[in-house]
Design a protein around this ligand. Structure first.
Ligand code: NAP
Length: 306
């Protein structure tokens, strides 16, 4: 099986050993006649010219396996007719659980309320987690894992997704119940993908539905948030704090008001990354399925965009 590594050259050393170890029967190549490849392993940033990849010459390819969970940079490529699968990886999932649990606990416990300045501020005891209501927008691979971990800590967690599809151990509200999902969210976590439907979802009207002083954690995609509306909601105290990992423009420009805002924590799109050690196993499994004509795992619905 001939597979093209269609990902930035800088990632080759990190990935190639694990991919070859997980799938020894694969010939993993960085170039060659497009018509000779059985599959592509893809990550944004390929080709390095910045041009969108033209998938038409890959006439034999039965699979385009993304190394990223988010596929918004490829799903709309009109030349892509081959099956596209997104990344679901235990290492990525654990990283996202730790990121969200860590920041949720910091916000819940008010860890920043104790400057080390000699003042004995013992007037306020933080509530227990079961007195804190958390809403997780998006209950897919990552959102469901995050929600379950927060339930295990004791938080009062509700999920929200387009379908309202059941997730074991979690109450999930359907798309039409967004106002209810927001209205209870003392901590709001978003793990929604970037699609035409999610773009600009969190605007002034939606921020107004949150309980006053609610905290926001967004490691999903920056396009979800109308940034000027979030700044206004932060200035008005409607949103108490925002932990943002993803932005409308990345890298976040140095002059962007988020950097200096006292109620914003910026992290540079590091919430969770695909771990080659574990992710290579999914890639290998999907390559084998593609070769045998079996159903692929985590196939992207091109209509929905995720
Ligand atoms: P996923 O398994 O595809 O789950 C997506 C979830 O979002 C599903 O529950 C889906 O609802 C819901 N959803 C999609 N569109 C919606 C809409 N219009 N209204 C309501 N719910 C909607 O994705 P995932 O693996 O959990 O990943 C989620 C996102 O995390 C990725 O797309 C990526 O953007 C982001 N991410 C960020 C990082 C980082 O480091 N910051 C790392 C990895 C991933 P249904 O269940 O009804 O389909």
């Amino acid at each position: 099986m001939r597979v093209l590594y269609a990902a930035p050259a800088a990632s080759w050393d990190r990935w190639s050993t694990h991919l070859r170890a997980a799938c020894p029967e694969m010939e993993l190549l960085r170039g060659g006649d497009p018509a000779s490849f059985d599959a592509l392993i893809y990550a944004p940033g390929y080709p390095e010219s910045g041009e969108p990849l033209d998938f038409r010459p890959f006439t034999r390819a039965r699979l385009v396996q993304s190394l990223w969970a988010g596929v918004e940079r490829i799903v709309g490529n009109a030349t892509l007719t081959q099956p596209l699968c997104r990344m679901v990886d235990p290492g990525l999932e654990r990283g996202m659980v730790e990121y969200c649990a860590g920041w949720a606990l910091r916000l819940h416990l008010g860890m920043d309320a104790y400057p080390q300045d000699g003042v004995w501020r013992n007037g306020l005891t933080p509530p227990l987690a079961d007195e804190r209501r958390v809403t997780v927008l998006g209950t897919g691979a990552l959102g469901a894992a995050v929600a379950r971990a927060l339930v295990a800590v004791g938080f009062e967690v509700v999920g929200w997704s387009a379908s309202g599809r059941a997730v074991e151990g979690l109450r999930v509200l359907p798309g039409e119940a967004l106002a209810e999902a927001l209205g209870r969210a003392e901590i709001l976590i978003s793990l929604l993908p970037d699609t035409p439907e999610t773009r600009g979802l969190l605007d002034a009207a939606r921020f107004a539905l949150l309980p006053r002083g609610a905290a926001l954690i967004n490691p999903g995609r920056g396009t979800l948030i109308v940034e000027d509306d979030l700044l206004a909601a932060l200035d008005a105290g409607q949103v108490g704090h925002a932990v943002l990992d993803v932005f409308q423009t990345e890298p976040l420009p140095p002059a962007h008001p988020f950097w200096a805002h006292p109620r914003v924590t910026v992290t540079p799109h590091i919430a969770a990354e695909t771990r080659p050690q574990t992710a290579a196993l999914l890639v290998a499994e999907n390559l084998r399925r593609a070769m045998k004509g079996e159903p692929l795992l985590h196939r992207v619905d091109r209509e929905r965009g995720y």
